[in-house]
Design a protein around this ligand. Sequence first.
Ligand SMILES: [Zn+2]
Length: 248
Amino acid sequence: MIKLDRGLCPDELNEDVVEELTKLYKEDKEKDVWNSPKIKETLKKALTDMSHNKCAYCECILDIESKDVTIDHFLPKSNNESLVIAWTNLLPSCLRCNRKKNRKEDVIINPCEINPKEHLGIKNNGVRLKAINNSQIGKNTISVVGLNDIDRVMKPRMVVVEKLIDEFEELYEDIIEFDNIPNRYINRCEKYMSEALRDKEYSAVVSAKLLDDATFRAIKQIFIDKNLWNYQLQEIEKELIEIALPII
Ligand SMILES: [Zn+2]
């Protein structure tokens, strides 16, 4: 889970439309007014743009065409009727996370308002999330959304982490042979590091595991010593540091 910046409310979701659709919902709670043809496409696009096409909770990649992309009501609509179509109460979510959250009342992290890394960390021997200092909102978030669900979340994020670590192992083997490291290896390092940026799946964990990896750190040191740790690599590293959950 990473911090998201909620952009401006799309024009289509203007006051009149909100009023009309909220009224419709209050009259008939079975109506999924957020899927009204008037706004559905624009709303989905605005929300997935905000989340870099990922689920706001588990960070899996969302396919905007698929039925798996859902609009989640951060505060459940059952108890917050007037927020049923409020821009600030809507988050893009995968079907799994949306169902997990359904009607649960525990207070969890809204990634548009709270930086997840203040409450969520990663256990140092794997990819399991853990609440920092027993943070209650951190614990709730992990359990309500199932962020340590082994098959659906932990395994996929482990696969991404291991693939990236493998790539850096190979890069290390390739560059230690050189006194003058050719440019293509700097480009390869840039490409691999980019795989943990905020628009990539499970980036909060992948960036943290990469920054903590001994081989990655050794490569970085070699590049620094040879004056190859260039502006692009530094900029990518800055973003990784910004989104990485602490390892605890
Ligand atoms: Zn999800």
